[in-house]
Design a binder for this molecule. Structure first.
Ligand code: PNW
Length: 545
């Protein structure tokens, strides 16, 4: 298991980097163009559910300002953009027998086309927590196995309508958060919990494990469908992305060493072990007994091996002590304070995050050794303490966030080139300050500052740093690397370059590449006028589907 290292100071030319966002956190326009409600729409409006009492109705207004967002991406020079599709824009009521909303499809289709026109690779998450409210009302959403078929149907529509142009798919974002924060601690929608001061409904001892199980199955059956019906023609790659922070034993006592492993077993192994290895962790079976659902042999055959890569969202490192009864942390207690009283790293605005790049490198190594899959870092970021209270100038000079990205980008280089970990992508969270779920807008994770009064965007020092760092550390493409990259042929960096005058003719890559700059410019002009249908017809012809 080793990777090719051309230069110790470089990442390979096909390394994808960029910024990530999620639909509900940026789009706003919650009732535009036939969108159905998601479980976050009303939840965020309930008293006490967000820190500042604000909701997602406007967010960063990106449903309207998406072109501005793309200008920013171009300014940063990213290779890729990770965003999510709002299920309730595609199928407002969510279910497999419910109507499809063409206007919602058109929105994402335009976004995808515009990314490709700018040479930016779309990296698409199907589910980033905004479940259609109607499915929660109908059968309690993720608590019911019914959701598997509904999710697969939604995924199918996305593959059919976008898969000619999208080559990177993530089924789910962070099943641990969906299960635990949504159905255990009750801090995220739908807000279920045994804690009756928090929620009128829910059972934190059973529901999170049922939800987690159904999320795994919905993911796996969607991947099965993609592989059976789409992959051969579309040549994309598909997987899941899991949150998970590195766990260090508080000290070298055997019980704390064991506690760190137990923390990893629940934070990561809960999902990664079945998906990559084919079983739930033993520790979870022992801890939960018959509260942990089991896989039928039929289901397990679909689950095992259901992710082409390891999608990794990570933010911090926890010091772990044995003890306590928090099953969601594997009965480990987390702290950032070392035995000598010192702090592990720089404190972020949110209590759960400190900066510790050594942990990031160790986690990459752990995941690579345990799951043996190429790693796509799909989220990594930092919220500067009290940034929301700072004047603009001061907020833009986000020193602690720059330090965070300095440490973690160096960790990627070291993990790949010194440790041999196969890392293929890195997305910083987030392109913009945005709706930070239960924190409302007070916790800012953006590498770009958003003034919520005017919706103006201002690149922070961290955004400039990340952009410069990747430009300097990703190797230039050469004719040889271009020729060796099969996805390149399927996914021209600028689809426009290959636009022909007639939808019926099928151009070759050679003819496209030998086109003069003038001809490309002329075609670009035409593309602007060309109806979307012609564009997709062309792409389909080009891909032979
Ligand atoms: C992720 N935790 O959520 C999400 O994917 C993003 O939507 C979110 O904005 C980002 O991280 C920053 O929070 C998490 O409590 C939320 O450990 C909470 C935790 C981890 C990840």
């Amino acid at each position: 298991m080793s990777v090719e290292v051309a230069s110790p100071n470089k990442l390979p030319s096909d390394f994808l980097w960029g910024f990530a966002t999620a639909s509900f956190q940026i789009e706003g326009s919650t009732d535009a163009d036939g969108r159905g409600k998601s479980i976050w729409d009303d939840f965020a409006k309930l008293p006490g559910k967000t820190l500042d009492g604000r909701d997602g109705d406007v967010a960063t207004d990106s449903y309207k300002r998406w072109k501005e967002d793309l200008d920013l991406l171009v300014e940063y020079g990213v290779k890729s953009y990770r965003f999510s599709i709002a299920w309730s824009r595609i199928i407002p009521l969510g279910g497999r027998n419910d109507p499809v909303n063409e206007a919602g499809i058109q929105f994402y289709s335009n976004l995808i086309d515009a990314l490709l026109e700018r040479g930016i690779v779309p990296f698409v998450t199907l589910y980033h927590w905004d479940l259609p409210q109607a499915l929660y009302d109908r059968y309690q959403g993720w608590l019911n196995r019914e959701i598997i078929d509904d999710f697969v149907n939604y995924a199918k529509i996305c593959f059919e309508r976008f898969g000619d142009r999208v080559k990177y798919w993530l089924t789910m974002n962070e099943p641990w958060c969906i299960s635990v924060l949504g159905h255990g601690r009750g801090v995220f929608a739908p807000g279920r919990s045994s804690d009756r001061t928090r929620s009128p409904e829910g059972d934190s001892s059973t529901e999170p494990w049922i939800v987690g199980h159904n999320v795994i199955l919905a993911h796996a059956y969607a991947v099965k469908l993609y592989r059976e019906q789409f992959k051969a023609a579309q040549h994309g790659t598909i997987g899941i992305t899991l949150n998970g922070d590195w766990a260090l034993p508080y000290d070298d006592s055997p019980e704390n060493i064991a506690a760190a492993q137990h923390a990893l077993d629940v934070a990561i192994g809960w999902f990664a072990d079945p998906i990559y290895l084919g079983y739930y962790p033993d520790y979870m079976k022992t801890m939960l007994g018959d509260r942990l659902p089991s896989f039928t042999p039929e289901d397990l055959a679909v689950v095992k091996g259901s992710s082409d890569f390891y999608g990794m969202n990570t933010y911090t490192t926890n010091l772990c002590k044995a003890g306590g009864d928090d099953e969601f942390q594997g009965k480990a207690e987390y702290t950032f304070t070392r035995p000598d009283g010192s702090q592990l790293g720089t404190q972020a605005h949110c209590a759960w995050l400190q900066d510790y790049p050594e942990g990031f490198r160790q986690l990459l190594n752990y995941l690579w050794k345990r799951y043996k899959k190429p790693i796509y870092v799909t989220e990594n970021g930092f919220a500067v303490k009290d940034e929301d209270a700072m004047p603009l100038e001061q907020a833009l000079a986000d020193h602690d966030r720059v330090q965070y990205f300095k440490g973690n980008t160096e960790a990627i280089l070291a993990a790949r080139n010194e440790d041999g970990v196969d890392i293929k992508a890195y997305f910083a969270w987030s392109l913009l300050d945005n709706f930070e779920w239960a924190d409302g807008y007070v916790t800012r994770f953006g590498l770009t500052y958003v003034d919520y009064e005017t919706q103006k965007r201002f690149p922070k020092d961290s955004g400039k740093f990340v952009s410069k760092w990747f430009k300097e550390h990703v190797a230039e493409e050469t004719e040889k690397t271009k020729a060796e990259d099969p996805k390149r042929l399927e996914l021209p960096p600028s689809a426009n370059k290959f636009q022909t005058d007639s939808a019926t003719s099928s151009p070759t890559l050679e003819s496209a590449e030998s086109s003069s700059k003038a001809a490309i410019a002329k075609r670009k002009k035409k593309t602007k006028k060309a109806p979307f249908a012609r564009f997709t017809a062309y792409i389909s012809t080009f891909l032979g589907i």
